[in-house]
Design a protein around this ligand. Structure first.
Ligand code: S3P
Length: 420
């Protein structure tokens, strides 16, 4: 299999969610181009509509008239977040700062995911929460007046950080936040670009209070590095050719996978010399090369958290052992991504084992064959989809449609760039 040509992957999911939320809270009209048109982002759009914001149907070029920082209203119905953790946790932060109550629900996977991680800090700030015993959904948030807060987070999570910062901005309070390791910083960048006084020093973030409004601002959503990663992996594992991934967001907090692929021996190039809307954007060019196993530990995990299932798949074709540690967060994603990835790797004949906080994979050359149980997890479907595109492998995915959560055109893009 050879790769060829260029591909522009769909817009970044994290930036798309935030662009909609900040446009809804903005003072005036914001234009958003290149938003990700996927099920997760549609969940955020629908939740904002239920809170009174006029969000048009998702399209390549939309404009949103903001209702203002405190203009969202009590919803007349539940807020259905579908499969989207980012929608739930960030919107919980916004609701926490308003004099309204809202009940958040989601699909079976989202309903199992931990929400105390946002409920705890937001309750310290002054909101009230009704949570089921297991700490997931349905969750009711009773917002209200918040107070200045210093919060030292025990979990490296951009969703937790984003929830606290958005609550701080909407509530007009001072927030000092420390995270155990730097996580994706789109919330900070996007708030700063809209006139909010926010400063970062290492893992510490200071948000100043007393904003009456946030500026409306146009956003060009760059390509999602987590989506580009699948094609970077495909190109690295191909027999020949060159693949160019255009306009990828190469923010330092998102490029752990590309860097790791380079450490494994692949030929990966990108640059940080063009910035748009506060984000580095670059073509990423990948050429195949023989790969060797690699170690991935806690320091680099947050910058490639969503790409670890893919890395595990790539590792089956690398020489020697790959060990991922410090990644216990994988157990509370759309599926338990440690258990599910290892189970599926074994099901297709790969050598893989679970660690409490990661996994170990030994590469080989034998063909991989069998059926993948995705557990409805989009990233599992796409990671194993890449392995399935390699010659000799015969891999079926039980639920290929679950990719609509983050990358609806994944399968057609895969057929387009991979040539026998
Ligand atoms: C995201 C943060 C990460 C990531 C998710 C998107 C975000 O989750 O896995 O896909 O947009 O803030 P955590 O905050 O749970 O690590």
């Amino acid at each position: 299999m050879k790769v060829h040509g260029a591909l522009r992957v769909p817009g970044d999911k994290s930036i798309s969610h935030r662009a909609l939320m900040l446009a809804a809270l903005g003072d005036g009209t914001s234009r958003i181009t290149g938003i990700l048109e996927s099920a997760d982002v549609a969940s955020t759009a629908e939740v904002l509509r239920r809170l009174g914001a006029a969000i048009p149907p998702l399209a390549p070029d939309i404009t949103v008239d903001g209702v203002g920082l405190r203009g969202l209203r009590a919803p007349t119905d539940v807020l259905d977040c579908g499969n989207s953790g980012t929608t739930t946790r960030l919107m919980a932060g916004i609701v926490a700062a308003l004099p309204i109550s809202a009940r958040f629900i989601g699909d079976a996977s989202l309903s199992r995911r931990p929400m105390r991680r946002v409920a705890k800090p937001l309750a310290t700030m002054g909101a009230r929460f009704d949570l089921p015993e297991h700490g997931g959904l349905p969750m009711t948030v009773h917002g209200g007046a918040l107070k200045d807060t210093i919060w030292r987070s025990e979990i490296a999570s951009a969703q937790v950080k984003g929830a606290i910062l958005l609550a701080g901005v909407v509530g007009g309070v001072r927030v000092t936040l420390d995270e155990p390791a730097p996580t994706r910083d789109h919330t900070e960048r996007m708030l700063g670009a809209r006139g909010v006084n926010i400063a970062t020093r290492g893992t510490r973030i200071d948000l100043a209070p007393a904003h009456r409004c946030i500026a409306a601002l146009d956003t060009e959503v760059p390509g999602d590095p987590s989506s580009a990663a699948f094609f970077a992996a495909l190109a690295a594992l191909a027999d020949g050719g060159t693949l160019t991934l255009d306009e990828v967001c190469v923010n330092e907090t998102r490029t752990g996978f590309l860097e790791t692929l380079g450490r494994m021996g692949a030929n990966v190039t990108f640059a940080r010399d063009r910035m748009s809307g506060g984000e580095w954007i670059s073509p990423v060019v990948v050429r195949p090369a023989p790969l060797r196993g690699v170690r991935v530990a806690a320091e680099i995990v947050p910058s490639m958290i969503d790409e670890l299932p893919l890395l595990a798949c790539v590792a089956t074709r690398a020489e020697g052992e790959t060990v991922i540690t410090g990644a216990a967060e994988l157990r509370v994603k759309e599926s338990d991504r440690i258990a599910a990835v290892v189970e599926n790797l074994r099901a297709i004949g790969a050598d893989a084992s679970e660690l409490e906080d990661g996994m170990r994979i030994v590469g080989a050359h034998e063909p991989l064959r069998g059926t993948i149980k995705t557990y409805g997890d989009h990233r599992l479907a796409m990671s194993f989809g890449v392995l399935g595109a390699l010659p000799g492998n015969d891999i079926r995915i039980d639920d290929p449609d679950c990719v609509t959560v983050s990358y609806p055109s994944f399968w057609s893009d895969l057929t387009r760039v991979a040539r026998p």
